[in-house]
Design a binder for this molecule. Structure first.
Ligand code: HEC
Length: 473
């Protein structure tokens, strides 16, 4: 089946789910001017978390009530420890009432209000340098978070809901056994996957995920990494590499991309767990940090804070918010990371040993509710980003192109955009982004991008979940 047909299938079935109400009768009650006002407020304030097309509200179990009054309550007061800001001080009562009507009406009239997913016209894309075709490597996935390439040309992919899937050369999917228990909630789940550089000999692979405990009826979670031995569809010999303790009730900002450098140091991200006041600027807990350990989780003796009293010794850099992209540039030996800003101010950084990246003291972004948490974009002793994105593109996944297959792309940095559903090509010169090209607009929330051992670029997109390979024409 071609890509075009598969995408159409998945999307048209969700439209059927949303439809099915008596549109003409309902239409008479709609105040179009109020809808237009709310649409604009929604785009500015809500779309970054709930989706441009209100998708987050359509096919869900309502937690806080679907009636008009409950919606007004939730929007005004927020659900602070779950990451929903309170809007009562920022928006007027009337604006909030209109937003509640807008959400109710929007869900009922998804078709009339143009909330349908944009459909891709073709699976062939023209770029500034060449045209390419998308080859479907795997379909029928949901949220494929991380991809790894086995030496025998099979692929392993983490599904956020907790499954590790083996994709055989003929496209057949097999569930891998022995995966850890994960807290699959909001941003938590089974997250990144990384093979050890000597995987062909030792069969080691690393999984990052949201680990959890239940304490007095509450679920507390944190970023976790384990190493496993992988053979024939089974994981054995779990070894604990990292636990982002103390665990907390927040369900987002886990990080947690992983990468090896050429000296078998494992770098990984443990994000700030949505507690910007307590976590990113202290060295006494592991959250809001990039860490460096050896292959078994032990601490390199030249880590920057090994001799700092009460510092977590695996910390390599700090002052990070929520980072979901990490890439090692083998030729220069430089580590790159990107991170989500709050509203605006997503950053691309070159990671230096012991450096402070400034969150939340300095930022180019503002709070989700439009208020600012800092006036400062720079401070002595804090690193400046190489590049920042305002409005936020919501970056996820990152890879350098180091392949003769793509004429003119060698050395470029590819970054996925969850929010705008495209692949961003950053053209670098002297460690700066000098130009960007948007590739495959509307392909879907782009979760991971990697260059395979075959030199081809692979991407994963979610809901519906696919893995695609870019084949130049
Ligand atoms: C920073 C991200 C973020 C932004 C921005 C945001 N929300 Fe939310 N919102 C959430 C999260 C997370 C939840 C789920 C809370 C939970 O699980 O209890 C939520 C829940 C809700 C709910 C309740 C859904 C339910 O299940 O009952 C409503 C209604 C809502 N948001 C409306 C809005 C509106 C309207 C805006 C814009 C004015 C907005 N949100 C902006 C993150 C956000």
């Amino acid at each position: 089946m071609s890509v075009k047909i598969q995408l159409f299938f998945a999307i048209s079935s969700s439209i059927i789910l949303w439809g099915g109400c008596d549109n003409d009768k309902q239409n008479q009650k709609i105040d179009e001017a109020a809808m237009a006002r709310s649409a604009s407020i929604y785009q500015t304030n809500c779309a970054s978390c709930h989706g441009e097309q209100m998708i987050a509200f359509t096919d869900r179990t309502w937690k806080h009530g679907q009636e008009r009054d409950s919606l007004i309550q939730t929007i005004s007061n927020g659900v602070l420890d779950a990451g929903m800001p309170a809007w009562g001080k920022v928006l007027s009562e009337v604006q909030i009432q209109e937003l509640a009507d807008y959400i109710i009406t929007g869900i009922e009239h998804v078709k009339n209000f143009g909330f349908e997913e944009v459909r891709l016209e073709s699976d062939t894309f023209q770029t500034e340098k060449f045209a390419f075709h998308l080859d479907t490597v795997a379909s029928g996935l949901s949220i494929p978070w991380g991809i790894a390439f086995l030496p025998n040309a099979e692929i392993l992919v983490t599904e956020k809901k907790g499954d590790l899937i083996l994709i055989k050369a003929n496209g057949e999917k097999v569930l891998v056994s022995g995966t850890p228990k994960v807290s699959f909630d909001v941003q938590g789940g089974l997250l990144d996957i990384l093979l050890h550089p000597d995987f062909a000999n030792n069969n080691w692979l690393y999984l990052s995920y949201s680990d959890y405990i239940i304490e007095k009826g509450d679920t507390l979670s944190g970023t976790a990494i384990d190493r496993f031995t992988y053979k024939n569809g089974t994981l054995t010999e779990p070894l604990e590499i990292f636990r982002g303790r103390p665990y907390s009730s927040a369900k987002w900002h886990y990080g947690s991309r992983m990468v090896f450098d050429d000296k078998k140091h494992l770098f990984f991200i443990a994000s700030d767990r949505a507690n910007q006041k307590e976590n990113p600027q202290t060295l006494e807990n592991p959250k809001g940090k990039i860490h460096r350990v050896y292959e078994d989780g032990s601490i390199p003796e030249d880590n920057p804070f090994v001799n700092t009293e009460s510092a977590v010794p695996s910390i390599y850099s700090y002052g990070h918010r929520n980072a979901q992209g990490l890439a090692y540039h083998a030729e220069t030996g430089v580590l790159w990371a990107h991170e989500h800003g709050p509203r605006g101010g997503d950053e691309l950084n070159i990671i230096k040993k012991g450096a402070n990246y400034g969150w939340p003291n300095i930022s180019y972004g503002i709070n989700y509710d439009g208020t600012s948490f800092t006036q400062k974009v720079a401070e002595e002793g804090m690193e400046q980003p190489v590049h920042y994105w305002t409005p936020s593109i919501a970056p996820c996944g990152m890879a350098f192109v180091n392949s003769a297959i793509y004429p003119g792309w060698n050395g470029d940095l590819l970054v996925g955009s969850l929010r705008f559903k495209y692949l961003n090509r950053c053209i670098l010169k002297d460690g700066k982004v000098i130009q960007e090209e948007v590739l495959m607009k509307n392909i879907g929330r782009l979760r991971d991008v990697r260059q395979g051992p075959d030199g081809y670029i692979y991407i994963s997109v979610e809901e519906p979940g696919f893995i695609f390979r870019l084949i130049p024409l």
